[in-house]
Design a protein around this ligand. Structure first.
Ligand code: NAD
Length: 425
């Protein structure tokens, strides 16, 4: 007897498509609430420009590999497109489109004059030498060159990319322009016009959002963090510095747990030496799945999309989830968490500290001027907390989750921009 498998079985849907479905579901809910007409809904659901490129990379042994790259500009109605660049083996056009869409709502939500974009290259950067990575980055940039520029589309770091990647992009673009163009990327090294405070901005924003949502003293509050990369490691550090007890963290290599709290500075030093949290002696190894089920106050997913699903959501005991990652919670998990009274501070709010400081970096570049670390942090804190207050009050007024409220505000602002500008021709 053959077994019928429903076409909606999640395992059969590619992860990128599932991510895009989540983003479209969230848009749909917001559009319904806002009463947007079908034409506008379709506009908002469709990226303005998507470019797929083939990137040839000469390997050290002389071989030629060809990898796929993407750049998606989801929306440019409120300003230039803005969004990170991801190097990850499973990235695809659907995933990049979803991430670009979330950038659009995020920028509108925190009130910065950008549209949303994202880039991706389907490659495992850990399998490449530095010279191979540089060649790959420069070639990818030359392929997407017609799309990017300080007034058009401004990349930034994301999963698998960093300050060095941004420096190569800035150089490739500048060589082509014939003069230095620091404003073409954000998250660059300070020596090339990077802003003070940019590298830790996403993580500091996660801490600010977590403390605002907690609404009580952070002293002794227990935290688990999934993902110990650029966002997760510094989020753990900032939360620990604020007085929280970070009892568990994970990355691709494994997960570690210490009931009395991990020494995050020591763990960060261990990870920069060994490449991962696995084997850290001042804590016990645990499984990736168990981390989600720990009896902690706060859970910070800071790895990739789709980490919290209908499978593990019912077992989550944390009462507060603060999304450092983009799209870590599926819509089905969201419903389970809402029903169990778990507060979720959504990605487009919780991790917006990064794009806010990217915006501040770009403003400094465009003025050829720089602000102190304190000025940058103060401006970021104000923008983030204003958005937090707005989201919380819309959620309370309209009996919504924080994610629904954040989308209603973000999508609503983009819809207004479209309506005010009108349609050309
Ligand atoms: P990163 O590459 O620096 O770190 C990713 C981390 O996640 C690594 O520690 C990796 O080992 C870990 N990881 C991957 N899969 C895992 C799994 N299944 N279980 C446990 N750990 C796993 O990337 P990042 O820049 O820190 O980005 C992390 C998330 O934050 C992404 O969703 C990204 O889009 C989002 N984000 C990043 C920024 C930024 O400024 N870098 C800004 C906003 C949002």
């Amino acid at each position: 007897m053959s077994i019928m498998v429903p076409s909606t079985t999640p395992a059969l849907i590619p992860p990128g498509r599932q991510t895009l479905d989540s983003a479209l579901h969230q848009l749909d809910q917001a559009a319904e609430h806002l009463g947007l007409d079908d034409g506008l809904r379709t506009m908002l659901a469709t990226p303005r420009r998507s470019l797929t490129v083939s990137v040839p990379v000469r390997r050290e042994d002389g071989r030629l590999d060809v990898v796929q790259g993407f750049r998606v500009q989801h929306n440019v109605s409120r300003g230039p497109a803005k969004g990170g660049l991801r190097f990850h083996p499973t990235t695809d056009l659907d995933e990049v489109t979803a991430l670009a869409m979330w950038m659009t709502w995020k920028c509108a939500l925190v009130g910065i004059p950008y549209g949303g974009a994202k880039g991706g290259v389907a490659v495992d950067p850990t399998g490449l030498t530095t010279r191979e990575l540089e060649r790959l980055t420069r070639r990818y940039v030359s392929e997407i060159m017609p799309l990017i520029g300080p007034e058009k589309d401004i990349p930034a770091p994301d999963v698998g990319t960093d300050e060095q990647t941004m420096a190569w992009i800035m150089d490739t673009y500048s060589v082509s322009a014939g003069y230095a163009v620091p404003g073409v990327v954000t998250g660059k090294p300070a020596t090339l016009g990077g802003s003070l405070g940019r590298s830790g901005a996403t993580s500091l924003g996660v801490q600010i959002a977590a403390l605002a949502a907690l609404g009580r003293s952070p002293e002794g509050v227990t935290v688990a963090v999934q993902g110990f990369g650029k966002v997760g490691a510094l989020a753990a550090q900032h939360l620990s510095d604020a007085g929280c007890k970070v009892v568990a963290v994970s990355d691709v290599t494994g997960a570690v747990h210490a009931r009395g709290g991990l020494d995050i500075a020591r763990l960060r030093a261990y990870v920069s030496e060994t490449g991962g949290v696995r084997g850290f002696h001042h804590g016990d190894a645990m499984s990736h799945d168990d981390l989600f089920e720990l009896d902690v106050d706060v859970l910070v997913p800071a790895a990739l999309e789709g980490a919290i699903t209908e499978v593990n959501a019912p077992r989550i005991r944390a009462r507060l989830i603060v999304e450092g990652a983009n799209g870590p919670t599926t819509p089905a998990a969201d419903e389970i968490l809402a029903a169990s009274g778990t507060t979720v501070v959504p990605d487009i709010l919780a991790n917006a500290g990064g794009v806010i400081v990217s915006y501040l970096e770009w403003v400094q570049n465009m003025q050829a001027y720089s602000w102190s670390a304190g000025e940058v942090e103060g401006k970021m804190r104000d923008l983030l907390l204003n958005a937090f207050t707005e989201v919380r009050s819309v959620a309370a007024e309209r009996a919504m989750t924080l994610r629904q409220a954040a989308h209603v505000i973000g999508v609503g602002r983009v819809a207004d921009a479209h309506q005010m500008r009108g349609l050309y021709p």
